[in-house]
Design a protein around this ligand. Structure first.
Ligand code: CA
Length: 227
């Protein structure tokens, strides 16, 4: 999963809690703006682009519900996670009905807050676009490769190699670049293994009107086959 650049607006009038949450989120490489009233939240959300909002319901001045209502009436789709101290199901239902995306009841565990915020931001980001060259189409979201609508069965690593070659179509890429692209977690993969993946991919996409040229001693280039 690619790293998300997250800019969080945290709205919480309990200063100790606000400070604690902000520290946790910053510890996860998020940029955090903190405001302590509903009015300040409304002002911040009118003027700044945020990735996600963490919003306490009980606030001085306008409450969290009103902040969400105004936000949605301006047409904003920024995801909102409500924090509520109240053990009141009606509050949660109301929050979701007026356009909040999720909620957490205080007290909550820090890892759950972080996980939910990441999930909200991921869901709100547009899906990656399909890659198409010749008659081969890759749907990165569904992780599906098709030729003329026929699904090509690929292992996870074959998929990753093919996706990288497609993203760099008509460019020469080295075997080392391929290894770096498919293995962000520091696993070991040999140059020989890359050759094996590429040769399997070649036979699987043989009907797609593409060729994967070998650049001897260096790497590969995917391009449309000459007819
Ligand atoms: Ca409060």
């Amino acid at each position: 999963m690619p790293e998300l650049n997250m800019h969080v607006l945290l709205v919480e009038d309990d200063l100790v809690l606000a400070d604690g949450i902000a520290r946790i989120l910053r510890g996860h490489s998020m940029v955090v703006d903190v405001v302590n009233t509903g009015d300040d939240a409304d002002r911040a959300l009118s003027s700044r682009e945020m990735s996600v909002v963490v919003l306490d319901i009980g606030l001085p001045g306008i409450d969290g519900f009103e902040v969400v209502r105004r936000l949605r009436s301006r047409g904003s789709t920024v995801p909102v996670l409500l924090l509520t101290a109240r053990d009141d199901i009606q509050d949660r239902v109301r929050g979701l009905e007026i356009g909040a995306d999720d909620y957490l009841v205080k007290p909550f565990a820090a890892p759950e807050l972080v996980a939910r915020l990441k999930a909200l931001v991921r869901r709100s980001n547009p899906r990656p676009v399909d890659l198409q060259i010749g008659r081969l189409q890759l749907d990165p979201f569904a992780r599906r490769a098709t030729v003329d609508g026929q699904v090509i069965e690929l292992s996870a690593r074959e998929w990753a190699v093919l996706e990288y070659l497609m993203q760099n179509a008509a460019r020469v890429v080295s075997k080392h670049q391929i290894i770096d692209a498919i293995l962000p977690w520091g696993e070991e993969v040999t140059l020989n293994a890359v050759e094996v993946y590429v040769s399997r991919i070649r036979s699987k996409i043989a009907s797609a009107g593409l060729s994967i040229k070998t650049i001897r001693g260096f790497g590969y280039m995917l391009e449309q086959a000459n007819r």
